[in-house]
Structures are given as C-alpha cells and as structure tokens.
Design a protein around this ligand. Structure first.
Ligand SMILES: NC(=O)c1ccc[n+]([C@@H]2O[C@H](COP(=O)([O-])OP(=O)(O)OC[C@H]3O[C@@H](n4cnc5c(N)ncnc54)[C@H](OP(=O)(O)O)[C@@H]3O)[C@@H](O)[C@H]2O)c1
Length: 257
C-alpha cells in the first residue's frame, strides 16, 4: 500500500534525517520549506537512494495563508504521516529580537503547526488511520530567558499535541510530540558533549510513531534533564539556570568572530 508523508523543514537537519527514515520505509514524501533548490537536492537524493516519489513545495510557512496553500496544493492526496518540524529560534532577549522576529517565531513554530495539523487531521480521522509528529524541544518544558519566544512556542506545541493525543484516542490516528535536546544542525552549530545527531532524533521519531506515549524526549540524558527541570526544580530556579545558558550563547554569537 502506498503511504504519503509531509515533512516541513525537510531540506536540512532533523527534517532531512526524518525524510531519510520515512523514505527507507517506502513512504512517498512531500517536502516543505522556503529554499526550493535545497528541497530539490534532498528530493533527488531520496529518489535515488530509496526509489520513492518525492514532491517539493517551496513555501514560507510563517505567512498567514501558507497552511491553506499547502492543503490546496495537496488536494486529492491522502496523507498518512504529517511531520511538523519547521521552526526558527532567536537567541537573545525579546527586546533585542524585536516585534517582527518574535511574531515570525510564533507564526511558524506555533500557528503554522497548529493550523497545518487542523487542516490534515480530519481526513485522517475519516479514514481511521494516520500519524502526526510534532517536533517540540526540551525547551518546551521550562521557560527560557534569552530564548523566550522559542521556548514558549515549543510549550504550545507540547500542550497542543498532548491534548490532541487524547482527542484522537481510539480513532486510529497517532499523535505524538518528540522533544530533542541539543542536536548538531544549522539551527544549533558548534560541538559539545552530549549533542545528538539528526539521525538519532529521526530514530526516536520512528520509535515514537510505533509507541503509545503522547510525548517523547530524545535521548536518555535529555529525558533526565527534562525530569529534573520540570518535576524537581521550582520553575523560576530552572528558568534562571536555562537563562544563564542562553545568555552566554547570546553573548558568544554577538562577539566578533
Ligand atoms: N537543533 C537543535 O538543537 C534542536 C533542539 C530541539 C528542537 N529542535 C527542533 O527540531 C526542528 C528542526 O530543527 P533543526 O535543528 O533541524 O534546524 P534547521 O536545520 O534550521 O531546520 C529548520 C528547517 O525549517 C525550515 N524553515 C525555517 N523557516 C521556515 C519558514 N518560514 N517556512 C518553512 N520552512 C521554514 C528551514 O528551511 P528553509 O530555511 O529552507 O525554510 C529548515 O529546513 C525544529 O522544530 C527545532 O525547533 C532542534
């Protein structure tokens, strides 16, 4: 039986690694991101490696009409798997980021994810099968000063997904949030111990699709970190500690190279 999957933010990083894993299982893919040339390159590689069909949809998902455009573009195609992965982060204070960057972060990370899900879910429910994976972050579990809008948008993703997992119980549609910690991708360059690879996260996504949990943290180290920050430390203490980490990262990225 042919399966079709949408992956947003599929040209790089975690999205590209998830595309590889789904393609290896024979899922035909629709890849979405802004950079069409990079998507075409990924599509060529996937077709050659796995013999699947790949369509590319260059789209800025932070635009208010983007989710509707994606749905229109895919009219007549049954979607079996939806991976909402595209996101942006801005490390720095809210005041430094400014209103446009803050709005763009929320528009993409939260609004687009929520709307795309709402557009493709009803057909899955009608067919009694399908899966939606929303990529959140360990940042979803604690407020993050110097990365505030990103962490808040990921908290939205986590809460939305957990609620949806209950709404869809017994329908044949699987909904799960996967939260990576630090992963070696263009969003998070620079090596340090404990950093995970996009391929490891993709493996966690595949395992999460087969499991039953509504929310999964990628990697044992990050699962332990989330436990400490969300269940043991008072929220304000955890947020201050996370804030020190991002404030340092913000100073580093502002320093002359
Ligand atoms: N890397 C980490 O440490 C880490 C940790 C926790 C969670 N995550 C999450 O993992 C997911 C993937 O991130 P990544 O690390 O793989 O980063 P990445 O390589 O920067 O991937 C982000 C993807 O989103 C796409 N994108 C950005 N803005 C877009 C827009 N307006 N419209 C459509 N697509 C857009 C980008 O492609 P274009 O630029 O071509 O649009 C890119 O392919 C994100 O949800 C991120 O929050 C990452």
């Amino acid at each position: 039986m042919t399966r079709n999957g949408i992956i947003t933010g599929a040209g790089t990083g975690i999205g590209a690694a998830i595309a590889d894993r789904l393609a290896a299982d024979g899922t035909n893919l629709i890849l979405v991101a802004r950079d069409g040339a990079r998507l075409d390159e990924t599509a060529r590689r996937l077709r050659a490696a796995h013999g699947i069909e790949v369509r590319t949809v260059p789209l800025d998902l932070s635009r208010p009409d983007a989710a509707a455009e994606l749905e229109k573009h895919l009219a007549g195609t049954d979607i079996d798997v939806l991976v909402n992965n595209a996101a942006v982060a801005h490390v720095g204070t809210v005041a430094d980021a400014g209103p446009d960057r803050i709005r763009a972060t929320v528009d993409l990370n939260a609004t687009a994810l929520a709307e795309i899900t709402a557009r493709f879910l009803p057909a899955m429910l009608a067919r009694g099968r399908g899966a939606i994976v929303n990529i959140a972050s360990t940042a979803a579990y604690t407020p993050a000063p110097w990365n505030a809008a990103y962490a808040a948008s990921k908290a939205f993703v986590l809460s939305y997904t957990r609620a949806l997992a209950i709404e869809t119980e017994g329908t044949g549609v699987r909904v799960v949030a996967v939260s990576p910690g630090a992963v070696e991708t263009p969003m998070n360059p620079g090596h340090f111990r404990g950093k995970r690879s996009p391929e490891q996260v993709a493996d966690t996504v595949v395992a999460a699709l087969r499991g039953r949990a509504p929310a999964v943290v990628d990697g044992r180290l990050y699962a332990a970190q989330v436990f400490v920050f969300s269940r043991i430390l008072p929220t304000r203490t955890g947020a201050r500690m996370i804030g020190r980490f991002f404030a340092r990262a913000a100073r580093k990225s502002a320093a002359p190279q």
